[in-house]
Design a protein around this ligand. Sequence first.
Ligand code: HQG
Length: 179
Amino acid sequence: MDEQRTVKVSKYLSKHLRHQPERIGLTLDEGGWVEIDTLIAAAAAHGFRFTRAELDHVVAANDKRRFAIDGTRIRASQGHSIDVDLGLAPATPPPYLYHGTVTRFLDAIRTEGLRAMNRHDVHLSPDRETATRVGARRGRPVVLSVDAGAMHRDGHLFHVSANGVWLTKAVPPEYLRFP
Ligand code: HQG
């Protein structure tokens, strides 16, 4: 399976497991899971065919481990805009986490802090390198440090997804350090 095809199937899975399952007539359960056979059939019925072997390859080869398989089911590990409960237990974050963004958002972020925007949570990275890659999707990256230790002490909840993304509802500006 070549890289282009892998990315194409991965993007298709992200779209329908995170954002628009109804577009292909899928219903996810409350944890975001769907039967793999159902997903493959729904995709085929809506004009996009892939095999179980291709799906397994995408799940295994995915650079960010975006998808998780549990028996006969699959879900996206994070990044949803639809309402799902991932059932993650609250976790104690490391002292600092990082967020990659771009200059044009900085004025708003200084005023409002980090907001979840279209997703359920603000996504934070455990290291600067990952945050730099996240920011670089939008332009020249700017990496903000988040005083996660102080947030945790102050009662803000953190969860960590199966693929190591740290999630929290919002980061008020007082916990942010700008470069
Ligand atoms: C910005 C990808 C204005 C925020 C990545 C970001 C990540 C604000 C954008 C995952 C703001 C939201 C998430 C405020 C935040 N005012 N802008 N108050 N607060 N922003 O895509 O963190 O490929 O929802 O800085 O690798 O960029 O999907 O979040 O630029 O892990 O698996 O608003 O998505 O993973 O954008 O990326 P996003 P993100 P996947």
